[in-house]
Design a protein around this ligand. Structure first.
Ligand code: 5AD
Ligand code: SF4
Length: 447
């Protein structure tokens, strides 16, 4: 059967879609990339904000038309919304055939077999350990970027930030054995992967069990894991997302600085710069502690840069709270920031608070922070003109196939005229010749 998987939400979901595709391909199905070609569509859904749910449900509605031409078409959902609202949606949406929960991805081949016999399936209640079957399934050769692969190191989350639905949907944190993660990385390296992205809801807490912040400074199983993966020949770059600031300790900071393969772009979700709001969010750090991580890393690695997640319009957020967020953002000077308007999620602690910041005000605060980000990028990118970087080549740039692009280890995109004899996944050196707030432009140079 020809199956199209469409992914919403975070990189955890992207990784799960990839596992699903690998398992389905192994079972003899063909993965396709448009709904028109497909006999079956699976939406891998997200629940983190209401908008993400509305989008996926809307898409299911629109796709119903495909049934006129292909009455045999199968529709399924997987991911967070399938886990939390699977039964309800199967009842409400008659053309939805199945829902498979976040820990049951490996059931997909069997579901497709069963669907030939009867419709409407739901599999969501299994809570396997971290080494959920199929968690290490990859399709390196067919992947969009065959030189880069994601590895899940843990599933679920123990943090219970007051706004977040993840611990309810994906369950408590389950960490994979380090040996099994390293084995997966070695297998990927053998297949030509040069960049690994380690994924988890809170990677910095990897292997720490139930320990509560403040955490000790001298132990970090995640730092040890970085060291082991760094030792794999063939792996040239290691990225990870997302680390909770309260789990960043001295050992991890020093390890990041010491290992050249660990990319010097750190995604450090700040959420807010107001100490009062951070408390309301149940984020056990304050703005000074957050900034200290940035300072400590910068003092060891001057060129390191940071990206972040910020929520605007959390219940009770005043102008003063927002200004504190804006100020911290300015002080850090993020190279990238994902700014979200607060969205109450049923079952979370903050959903019991009144969502009292008007939508228009959330929008205004969002715009102010986006403008701040653009200013920082303009300033920081201009300062990079004249510098030479090693790039991992990603391929033709979207707008002009004569121009190719690549990423620095700080995750900056550089566009350059395509030289001869170059392919995706190569490493080259490029000197930056000009810059906008979004992109750097450069020319290829000998090292
Ligand atoms: N409303 C808005 N943003 C949210 N996030 C998580 N939950 C919510 C919510 N209820 C954001 C956080 C998180 C990112 C993945 O999504 O910033 O880091
Ligand atoms: Fe990812 Fe969270 Fe969205 Fe699930 S709810 S897809 S874990 S962002």
């Amino acid at each position: 059967m020809k199956i199209y998987i469409k992914t919403y939400g975070c990189q955890m979901n992207e990784r799960d879609s990839e596992s699903a595709a690998a398992l389905l391909a192994e079972a003899g199905h063909t993965i396709v990339y448009t709904e028109e070609e497909a006999d079956a569509v699976i939406l891998n859904t997200c629940s983190v904000r209401e908008q993400a749910e509305i989008k996926a449900i809307g898409k299911l509605g629109i796709m119903k038309r495909l049934l006129y031409e292909k009455p045999h078409m199968i529709f399924g959902i997987m991911g967070c919304m399938a886990q939390s609202r699977g039964e309800e949606l199967l009842q409400k949406i008659p053309h939805l055939d199945f829902a498979v929960g976040t820990d049951n991805i490996h059931a997909l081949p069997e579901i497709f077999e069963d669907l030939a016999k009867e419709r409407a399936k739901i599999r969501k209640d299994a809570r396997f350990g971290a080494d959920t079957p199929g968690i290490d399934a990859h399709r390196v050769e067919e992947a969009d970027k065959p030189y880069c692969a994601f590895i899940s190191i843990s599933r679920g989350c123990n943090r219970f930030c007051s706004y977040c639905i993840v611990p309810y949907v994906r369950g408590r944190e389950r960490c994979r054995e380090a040996d099994s993660i390293v084995k997966e990385a070695e297998m990927l390296a053998e297949k030509g992967v040069v960049e690994i992205m380690l994924l988890g809801q809170n990677v910095a807490a990897y292997g720490m069990g139930d320990v509560l912040p403040p955490i000790p400074d001298d132990e970090s199983p995640f730092a040890d894991l970085l060291e082991r993966i760094s030792a794999i020949e063939g792996i040239r770059r290691i990225r990870f997302t997302s680390p909770h600031p309260a789990f960043f300790n001295k050992k991890l900071i020093e390890m990041i600085a010491r290992l050249p393969k660990v990319c010097k772009n750190i995604h450090l979700p700040m959420q807010s710069g107001s100490d009062r709001i951070l408390k309301e969010m149940n984020r056990p750090y304050n703005s000074a502690q957050y900034y200290k991580i940035v300072e400590d890393l910068r003092s060891l690695v001057p060129h390191i840069n940071f990206s972040t997640d910020i929520i605007v319009g959390f219940p009770t957020e005043t102008e003063e709270d927002f200004n504190a967020t804006h100020a911290l953002m300015h002080k850090v000077g993020f190279d990238n920031a994902f700014i979200f308007k607060y969205s109450p999620r049923k079952g979370t602690k903050s959903s019991k608070m009144t969502d009292d910041v008007p939508q228009a005000e959330k929008e205004r605060r969002n715009q102010v922070l986006l403008a701040e980000l653009e200013e920082t990028n303009k300033r920081k990118n201009a300062a990079l003109v004249g510098e030479t970087f090693e790039l991992l080549v990603e391929g033709p740039s979207k707008r002009n196939a004569e121009r190719w692009s690549g990423r620095t280890d700080t995750f900056k995109t550089v566009v350059f005229p395509k030289p001869e004899n170059i392919k995706e996944g190569d490493f080259i050196h490029v000197k930056v010749t000009s810059a906008t707030s979004m992109t750097l432009y450069g020319e290829v140079v000998e090292k």
